[in-house]
Write a protein that binds this ligand. Structure first.
Ligand SMILES: *Cc1c(COP(=O)(O)O)cnc(C)c1O
Length: 467
């Protein structure tokens, strides 16, 4: 399988290069040259099989020629053994025709573990084959950092440096980054905001001499291997509920458009999905785009679902590329307009967007009311990201069974939950030691030289740090 850039001006690459590179050199995102398909019989045959086996069936077509099925099977088994539920992503029925797909049973209680646990093993495997090392640098506003540190802790070939804004992540989120004590993971509290952290990461990637010397790599949500790993649970849930014979709708809490894009990929691969519903919080760029055909950025407002507080949904470009008939020149024009004026017109792609997606946005009052009403009616306690999806599901066209993706455990957002429900959700028992383990964190100034010196002194790519 080869991959091409949505901007059409970077060389096509194989799976390993795409995974290690992140963004294409022309600023675009890599997509597969063609979409593999699973036959109706093979989809039906997934029902009842272990999650890690379904992962192999779904992912193998994308890694063909670069990672053997046997190696992929070992990595998937190991990755999903880290989860606290035997079904890995269990379904919980909360209504006659409504299920919650719980994606939060991984080590850091958010859905990002599903992809990150496999990505870490894939990266180690591909680097070992090449005899290379890498340094992963990422900024986090909360969930990504912990998932990356958990996934890569102890890796012999990858060092991980996570920048987070000092004092601006929740206690649970910080402890998930600072309590792992392996020498290859580094949580760095930057004296600044999340935007400062992100700007520092961008500056390091643009500092080409540093980037090449440290072999910087990215694991953010545009990483193709992460998208592919997320396709698995759409097929697992679909088959468990009777696909391909029964049509289902999926409702997805959406930020960077990675999770819902994976659902769209599942549809491209042959999973019959009736509706794909984009659920947003007050940051409603995508619902506005579905309604108007104009993609227009506005300022970000902070909410109780911080992982969806975004201004631009990076992965949207991958869908758009398909919707404009894979015409990279059109994408280049739209992205230039976005960079210049903060908006672009979808043009003819609007019809395809409206045909493939529904969308709704919940404001903060609606999120709180949805959490309380859902618990009253069903006994199910949803956290704020998931509540946005329940809100959107209530407003989607009726008639098909709905699967609502639950992207985090309520204990990850204890302050918001206390405010909304009056109760503070406790951590699952397997994480109870989190509050007592010693923390290890470095505080660094919001200064590129200082951050680069910190990384240089620790990355094993340049001989720093422990061996
Ligand atoms: C990252 C995240 C999201 C948004 O997912 P995208 O793939 O960026 O759309 C939603 N909920 C939670 C809890 C997250 O951590």
């Amino acid at each position: 399988m080869k991959y091409i850039s949505t901007r059409g001006e970077a060389p096509s690459l194989g799976f390993a290069d795409v995974t290690l590179a992140g963004l294409a050199r022309d600023g675009g995102l890599y997509v597969p040259e063609t979409w593999p398909r699973l036959s109706p019989e093979s989809i039906a045959g997934l029902a009842g099989r272990p999650f890690h086996e379904i992962a192999v069936e779904v992912i193998a077509p994308f890694t063909a020629g670069e990672v053997s099925r046997a190696d992929l099977a070992v990595m998937a088994r190991d990755a999903y053994a880290q989860f606290g539920h035997p079904a890995v992503t269990p379904l919980v029925q909360i209504g006659p025709d409504r299920w919650v797909l719980e994606l939060f049973h991984g080590p850091t209680l958010a859905f990002k573990d599903v992809a990150m646990q496999l990505l870490a093993r894939l990266m180690d495997h591909m680097l070992a084959k090449r005899g290379e090392r890498a340094t992963i640098v990422a900024a986090t506003s909360g969930d990504t950092g912990g998932a990356a540190i958990e996934a890569f802790r102890g890796s012999s070939l990858v060092d991980v440096v996570i920048l987070f804004p000092d004092g601006r992540v929740s206690d649970v989120q910080r402890r998930m980054m600072t309590t792992p004590n392996e020498a290859n993971v580094h949580a760095v509290a930057v004296d600044g905001t999340f935007d400062d952290c992100q700007a520092q990461v961008k500056a390091m990637f643009n500092h080409l001499a540093f980037r090449d010397r440290l072999k910087l790599s990215a694991v953010n949500s545009i990483n193709w291997a992460r998208i592919v790993a997320q396709v698995t649970y759409y097929f697992a849930a679909g088959a468990a509920l009777g696909a391909p014979h029964r049509k289902l709708s999926f409702v997805v809490p959406t930020g960077n458009f990675g999770d819902i894009l994976a659902g769209w990929v599942a549809r491209q691969m042959g999973l019959p999905i009736e509706q794909l519903v984009i659920a947003s919080n007050a940051n409603d760029i995508l619902p506005r785009t579905v309604a108007t055909g104009i993609y227009e950025t506005r300022g970000v407002v902070p909410t109780t679902s911080p992982s969806m507080d975004i201004q631009v949904s990076s992965n949207f470009e991958r869908f758009l590329f398909e919707a404009v008939g894979r015409d990279a020149a059109v994408i280049r024009g739209q992205m230039a307009s976005l960079a210049q004026s903060g908006r672009f017109d979808l043009g003819a792609a609007k019809a395809r967007l409206q045909a493939e997606f529904n969308a709704a946005a919940a404001d903060e009052g609606q999120v709180a009311e949805t959490i309380r009403a859902t618990e009253r009616a069903t006994g199910y306690l949803a956290e704020p990201h998931t509540a946005c999806a329940i809100f959107a599901a209530d407003r989607a066209p009726a008639g098909t069974a709905q699967v609502i993706l639950a992207t985090a455990h309520p204990a990850k957002f204890p302050d918001a939950m206390q405010e909304i429900t009056g109760r503070r959700p406790g951590l699952p028992p397997r994480l109870s030691s989190l509050v007592s383990e010693p923390e290890r964190v470095s505080v660094v100034a919001n200064d590129r030289d200082a951050i680069e010196r910190f990384i240089e002194a620790r990355s094993r790519v340049v001989g720093g740090g422990a061996s």
